[in-house]
Design a protein around this ligand. Sequence first.
Ligand code: APR
Length: 249
Amino acid sequence: MFQKLFITGAGVSKDSGIPTFRGADGFWTIGSSNFTPQEMATREMYCENPAEFLLWYYKRFASYRHILPNEVHFWLADKNLITQNIDGLDGKAGNTQYISIHGRLDKVTVFQKQENMVPLHDAPWDIVANSQIDLDDDTLLKRLLLELFKIKDHPEYGHSLKPFVLLFDEYYTELYRISEAEQEMQSADSVVFMGTSFSVNITSIALRYALRNNAKIEIVDPDPVDLNISGIEYHRMTANEYISELNGA
Ligand code: APR
């Protein structure tokens, strides 16, 4: 049976107004030092500097929680989809089966060892937004975030909360549905990568399956990285232009 799999990254949510991950606005300053998302979005930062981590996460991601899906998400709603995006826009567009392989910004879990399965709970972002504190006061905001995430000095296993997001120094586990994702990659005879810069592991894993299975590989990106692999079909255009072209517009 013909099985087409779409793998999406930050590029597909750009038209909804969410900046891509590696754009120029990605930096974050603590004291006099600048940190990249790759340095901020780590389990180490969450454990060692939870207040700064939560403040960054709240400002960098939680502020996008009310953003709406765009035409690309709606077009993908009935497709086999694995997304690296944590924005949840594919769910809002009606895709009920998609795998958000890096987690979801609207959920938290109890902090646990990575391999442990833990239930998902709603993230407390609205409680923060609706609180009486001055949200521009970082000191007060950090204090509130620590309280809501049940962190005293450092997060404690089984007690504190952690955003449901796969951090750069974490590995893919069943909590993030890695076996299901690999099963989809294994059964796909056509894989379309959209709006991803191929800088995280899941894209390498998907590429490896696709190459091994002789699957058709397509990349939709106005400014794609050259993977130096023969036989890949490049669509040098935005995801929106791509779906318009397919729809014959
Ligand atoms: N349509 C399609 N692609 C686009 C568009 C668009 N409208 N606009 C930008 N792009 C492309 C860019 O050219 C770039 O190659 O989308 C890609 C976005 O790359 P990144 O910002 O690196 O995003 P992504 O590949 O998703 O990697 C970010 O890394 O940090 C982790 O978990 C995080 O999922 C996130 C991932």
